[in-house]
Ligand binder design. Sequence first.
Ligand SMILES: [Fe+2]
Length: 233
Amino acid sequence: MILKYNYYFYQAVLDQPTCKKIIDLGLKEIEKRKLTEGSALGMTNDGGEYNDKKKFRLEDKKISDLPEKDIKNIVTRDSDVAFLNETWLYKLVYPYIKRANIDAGWNFDIDFMEGLQFTSYKNNGFYGWHTDGGSDKSYAYKKDGPDTVDKNMIGKVRKISMTINLSDPNEYEGGDLKIDTKDLTNTSVHTLNQIRPQGSLVVFPSYLFHQVTPVTKGTRYSLVAWTIGAPFK
Ligand SMILES: [Fe+2]
């Protein structure tokens, strides 16, 4: 799909106390997961194992440079995650997605938001190239599929993703969000330095490949949202 805007960002829209409140809440939930589940590591969305050593990391390559057979081998991740199901958080972030969907001219049909995911990328934490999901009917959430889904998710696919950077840019290094737009321009990998200011967010179509490069110092905290709707037709 060729889009005028492959991503849309809003800088420093969440203030510092709000970012801190979300970080505190997220860290508490991560600790809870560690206690109850033994680990809070995030899975890859293809059902792959996290931090699979057999898979390889290609932070500096473009998806379009890779042979198709290699793409499935690059979805790898090392980060702690927790889901935050707080009404005030949904109310806080959804308007930005709604606005970006209109302002960017996408006008995708979206009608539900999945659980918000808080992520902690510690030193060496990363998330390799991946998409947040497929776009046609074959990728729609199923009632009896492998994922536990809310009834409002059945038959739908991820359409629009959002990432909020919750960290002060002075508190971590590395951890860049990159998007491969595979568009008609020569440089298709975009490093989203625009979201480095604390409380900044970017909204983008879920089918685009993206990654978070390894954090080389400190910790990067983010909040991710996925909005869903009927498959593209
Ligand atoms: Fe993602």
